[in-house]
Design a protein around this ligand. Sequence first.
Ligand code: ADP
Ligand code: MG
Length: 698
Amino acid sequence: MTFLETPIEFLKGVGPQRAQVLQRELEVFTYGDLLMQFPFRYVDKSQLGKINTIDVESSYVVLRGLISNVHLSGTGRATRLSALFSDGTGTVELIWFQGVKWVQESIKPNVEYIVMGKPSMFNGHINIAHPELEPVRSDETASRHPYIPVYSTTEKLKAKGLTSKGLSKLTEALLAQSMGKIPEVLPLSVIQKYKLPSREAALKAIHFPANNTEIQLATQRMKFEELFFLQLDYQYAKYQRQQHAQGHIFSVVGEKFNRFYKEKLPFDLTGAQKRVIKEIRADMKSGHQMNRLLQGDVGSGKTLVALLCMLIALDNNCQACLMAPTEILATQHFNTIARFLDGLDIKVELLTGSLKTSEKRKIKERILSGETDILIGTHALIEDTVQFKQLGFVVIDEQHRFGVEQRAKLWAKNVVPPHVLVMTATPIPRTLAMTLYGDLDCSVIDELPPGRKPIKTIHATDAQRLKLFSFMRRQIAEGRQVYVVYPLIDESEKSDLKYLMDGYESIARDFPLPEYQIAIVHGKMPSEDKDYEMKRFKDGIANIMVSTTVIEVGVDVPNATVMVIENAERFGLSQLHQLRGRVGRGGGQSYCVLMTKDKLTTSGKERIQTMVDSTDGFRIAEADLKLRGPGDIQGLQQSGILQLKLADIVNDEPIVRAARETVQHILDADPDLAQYENACLALYIKKKRTANDWGKIS
Ligand code: ADP
Ligand code: MG
């Protein structure tokens, strides 16, 4: 056991009780864990406020002065402790409702204190409840520690005396005995190249900085370290796969591809589509298994690229499969692809959860015998009972709903793992892609097929509803179709469902039969009804589709030219962008109408304005990330980036990039981390693998 692995209860001042609460509240089990609890801010002791100029609206003040009149009142749960605090310009009241006895005993008379906390106004006086207290130290110590680190803490920690101050004391005690015991974890060459402080120095400085420069350097170093190891996790797995997992070599482009290209493809590929196919072709010939992310805005023609690649797999005597996140989408892909391949003697099948058991069994037999060339389906495809004769190429549509583990299950479906192409229409900002999909290579389709007119986006409120309805009538009179989408954030939310039904009824009144036909789709409907309604809209029988966001991804009705989004302020940017992408797919001018209430929050306004200003998915994704942070972006919840302690992938893009490049550089030269200089990294990987067994399969 190394110093940093020492259980936290061995630290002087901790003991079993505090150890337990540290574990439960902060997941601090060891010395090392405690050092990784970083201050979330620092109070500069020289930046003192004065009591006579306190702004009671401010969230935090730092004062320096003397405590007097310590006074205990009430009994039992109503016990409170109050004290007066003066700095020569005025007096405030300090109050405690909890940990009263402990505070009372620790306050010393005639000692100058620094007091920090949130001021509030009560009965005409300013008070500060549960302030942080820190005795002013002698000048010499004070100048060595001009900053007070502020740590996050919880009520349960505070009840054990582990306030920010308490945590800081423990950390200080730990650092005092850690001299020479905090080993470096980054290779020396990296430290030198970026002129990083050593790990020991950085940890000391991040908790007890001597000046602002130290804070900056230490923070940069710890952020770099954090991102470096995140990248190492991904990239090491990727390099191992490349080295040791051989891939199918698809050497020929044969009859199936060529016949489709010449006889069936009704248009020319865009330049971007051609480029991406070339990138994928190169992977397919390399002898290594491909794991590639294909990004492209909605309607950019990803599905077609995927189909062409599947045909190459078929030409090389392999099967291919395409996995979609929902049944609606899988069915739609099946229909599109079956139509494209009509007359080419290629067997395409659809496998979904709602098929009868006997049908499923028959399909599975045909997959195993190799009779089926292309299999399309939902999650059902990754079940162990689905076995291929020779699976060579896998397409995963809308990746963000599938995790690494699911991908790994697909790799395992063949002795030689299939090439994997992951398609996503959710444009991911580059930093995020680098972090989140560190193990994938990336291709981007950054060009829309020709002839598309940019969608016009309009912001409107209820006052303009009549105008909206007459606009919808004019579009329908021209033979166009209209979507009206309601938020149904939570399918179990009754009030949301009521919104949708009320909306449907009001539209049904204004667009009466027989002139107008309205379809409706929501998640609570049985899937046959959904399919029936979708079909009515796709076939052009229904003029208006009223729905929830179930139509968000992938649904393709080129004749639809108007997307009305109700309560648009309740949607996130990427969702709005996805929804808008449902129109503008044919040749006609398309419109997106964002209906909102009159008064919007600042961020609501910003989201709506971003949509009105831009149709560029990448720009919108960047804005989304800045507005909401990564936590709200779909699919990121399970990924490691949300557990980052210090780094922030939005604002630390240069560090993300540097960490990634550094890791690649190291692995290019030493993919197995066998060199002496990389021993610390090899050790890290080894520990991680034992701790986390699924690492083996990725
Ligand atoms: P994505 O999957 O990226 O959303 P799709 O592959 O579904 O896009 O393509 C959207 C529509 O554009 C489809 O109707 C498709 O047939 C058509 N399309 C794809 N590529 C081209 C192209 N190069 N030229 C014209 N139309 C295209
Ligand atoms: Mg698509």
